[in-house]
Write a protein that binds this ligand. Structure first.
Ligand SMILES: [Zn+2]
Length: 262
């Protein structure tokens, strides 16, 4: 068995909380759990560190965890709140004198290599060096990086698809509106589910699940603990924590959950 820690680096929505202009919405600025960076998690064992998504807050998140290096990055989808911090890998490349394996499905990898070509190819002038090594993953494979094995599954994120992850008995479903049969199958038997509830009380949100929809999905998944993530400024920690049904919680940045992989 390998012990794995999953650390929530960011549980905020695409704008973060507070959003630019110090906009806190309904969130109490005095509660530190309401300060949320853009969505990302770190998976860590004694020997391996895997970052899931590098949003605009990647540098701050990396520094907050006092990391020096990582083994790889996995991208759930191309949206900018999950990718715009990729350039920070350039500083890591200079400091640690190595390249970084980047894992994503065909669509995401293709767009990453187009949007951030300077990370994947040396520029003609030689100024930009190769920092990222592209690795294509299938939407339903088991991915092994060092001693971490992650089972991937596809999620419906409205206009596009995203990847969900299962690590031991933890499921991570950021940026999803609905789950299909294969996703339910992959999550079967998990104890902890981290789920996108950015829709808050709006079931009409076209790309993010609402709290009600997450509750409904978990009737089938049956996780004992559900942590809501991708949280917008309309979702105050204390208010929602009191209203949520038993077993449901608001995530917060820095939350560390533990599991083991066989
Ligand atoms: Zn997002």
């Amino acid at each position: 068995m390998t012990d794995v820690e999953l650390i929530i680096l960011g549980c905020g929505n695409s704008a973060g909380v507070p959003a630019i202009t110090n906009y806190w919405g309904k969130c109490d600025p005095d509660n530190p759990k309401n300060r949320r960076m853009r969505p990302s998690v770190l998976l860590k064992t004694k020997t391996t560190s895997l970052i899931v998504d590098t949003g605009p807050d990647f540098k701050e998140q990396f520094n907050r965890e006092n990391l020096q290096d990582i083994d790889a990055v996995l991208y759930t989808h191309i949206h900018s709140d999950h990718t715009m911090g990729i350039d920070e890998l350039r500083t890591l490349h200079r400091r640690n004198k190595r390249t970084y394996p980047v894992y994503a499905n065909r669509e995401t990898l293709g767009e990453l290599m187009e949007c951030f070509s300077h990370m994947f190819e040396e520029s003609k002038s030689g100024f930009y060096k190769v920092v990222c090594e592209p690795h294509e993953v299938q939407n339903d494979q088991a991915l092994a990086i060092g001693d971490i094995t992650v089972r991937l599954f596809e999620q419906d994120h409205g206009a596009i698809k995203s990847l969900g992850l299962r690590i031991g008995d933890i499921g991570y479903s950021t940026d999803m509106k609905h789950l299909g049969e294969k996703a339910f199958e992959a999550l079967s038997g998990i104890k902890i589910w981290i789920a996108d509830a950015a829709g808050n009380d709006q079931a009409a949100n076209p790309v993010h699940a609402s709290v009600g929809e997450v509750i409904e999905m978990n009737k089938r998944i049956g996780a004992e603990s559900v942590y809501l993530t991708h949280l917008p400024p309309s979702m105050d920690y204390e208010t929602l924590e009191k209203e949520l049904p038993e077993g449901f919680h608001m995530a917060w940045d820095g939350l560390c959950l533990k599991t083991a992989i066989k």
